[in-house]
Design a protein around this ligand. Structure first.
Ligand code: FEO
Length: 395
């Protein structure tokens, strides 16, 4: 895609990345890619908002030049230092060495750590403004959403919010960057997966940031990933408020691991029982086959959660341990949770589940159901009871 006009003087100069297979080195994006959005404000002074990942810097600089021609760039606004937005700075400075870099007091030490850049820095604080000519930019700090130095930039004239990671999503827009020219339903899951995996741990801070931004008039939202919200910014605002407030829908996720089918049989029995109880959507995931980012995305969405795993050398099935680690981090304290653990001789999975319940302050619906080998009639009855208890709990 070429550079895209958003407002009279404001242009998208971002890029789509289909080359990176794992975002942050761990979240799969090879199917739908991700965009790194950056913007140019072509005023008397030229300001660029963020760079892009360095692997796409040439394309980004080409787009900037297609807008400003031979003009110089006066300011680079660094809303966020994570390298998916900042690593193109080396190439940008090579092209425009006199650029003044705008950030806050937490931006520049991180910039020095990553890129050893210590000159031409312009520090801004909460509410500070920067006049470009017709346009005046205002800066708001949004610490820990996603990093300590994170901030957003607001164009006070056109009411455009350059919101950095906030309101972002996985999935690179194809053909158009605008909300009114895309199928929003197709972005719902990538937005939630992005939120749950990247922002979920700091949902509290995200909610504070959203409350702060609620005080300004927003006409257009320009995030660092995903769609530009020019038609219906309320859609993504509402979605982010819901996710940050941890409001869930009716439904249950069952995430299980299984070595020889015993725990899988228990999970499937539970799924049928839950359906019969009319709990709404039931999602069944094998943690060894589905990347945890997709499982976490659905866990963020649905109120009920079952976790089931076999024991493995006196501990829990390792792929379930990985999910428990991430769930401890993002917290599932707004969920109702049930557990089932399979074993052959001495157990072990139950110990890890117990530790998780304790440390993550989980609201459990019943004791951990212990199943020895293949679920027998008694186990099936117990699984049906668990399904009934879950249905009651999430009503
Ligand atoms: Fe898209 Fe936190 O960087």
């Amino acid at each position: 895609m070429n550079a895209v006009k958003i407002k009279e003087d404001i242009f998208w100069v971002g890029v789509n990345d289909y080359q990176t297979t794992l975002f942050e080195g761990m979240w799969p994006i090879e199917q739908e890619g991700v965009s790194y959005n950056a913007y140019v404000i072509n005023d008397e002074k030229v300001a660029i908002i963020d760079t892009v990942k360095s692997i796409k810097a040439d394309e980004y600089i080409e787009k900037i030049k297609s807008i400003i021609g031979n003009k110089k760039v006066d300011y680079l606004i660094v809303n966020h230092m994570e390298p998916d937005h900042s690593s193109g700075i080396i190439e940008l400075l090579a092209e425009y060495p006199d650029i003044k870099i705008v950030g806050n007091k937490k931006t520049f030490p991180i910039m020095n750590n990553f890129y050893q850049i210590t000159e031409n820095l312009h520090e801004v604080c909460e509410g500070d403004t920067l006049c470009l000519g017709k346009h005046t930019l205002q800066f708001f700090m949004t610490p820990m959403v996603h990093w300590p130095e994170s901030m957003v930039t607001y164009d006070t004239i056109d009411k455009v919010l350059f919101s950095m990671d906030v309101f972002g999503s996985f999935k690179a827009p194809v053909g158009s960057i605008f909300d009114d020219e895309n199928d929003l339903a197709a972005f719902e899951e990538p937005t939630r997966r992005y939120y749950a995996c990247i922002v979920g741990k700091v949902a509290g801070q995200a909610l504070k940031a959203l409350n702060k931004l609620g005080g300004i008039e927003i006409g257009t939202i320009c995030p660092s990933h995903g769609l530009i919200w020019r038609d219906n910014p309320k859609y993504i605002l509402d979605m982010y408020v819901k996710m940050s407030s941890k409001v869930t829908d009716s439904g249950v996720v069952i995430a299980y691991g299984s070595m020889y089918g015993c725990t899988q049989k228990a999970a499937e029995t539970l799924a049928i029982a839950l359906k019969n109880e009319g709990v709404g959507e039931v999602k069944l995931y094998n943690v060894a086959k589905t990347d945890i980012s997709f499982i976490i995305s659905d866990i963020w969405k649905y109120k009920g959660l079952f976790l089931g795993a076999p024991s493995y050398y006196g501990q829990i099935f390792p792929k379930m341990a990985n999910l428990l680690y991430k769930l401890s981090e993002i917290k599932v304290d707004n969920h109702k949770v049930g557990f089932f653990a399979d074993y052959s001789w001495s157990g072990g999975a139950d110990k890890n589940f117990s530790a998780f319940i304790e440390c993550a302050k989980v609201d459990v619906i019943d004791e951990i159901l212990m199943i020895k080998g293949t679920p027998d009639e008694q186990d099936v009855l117990a699984l049906n009871t668990l399904a009934k208890e879950m249905a009651e709990a999430i009503k």
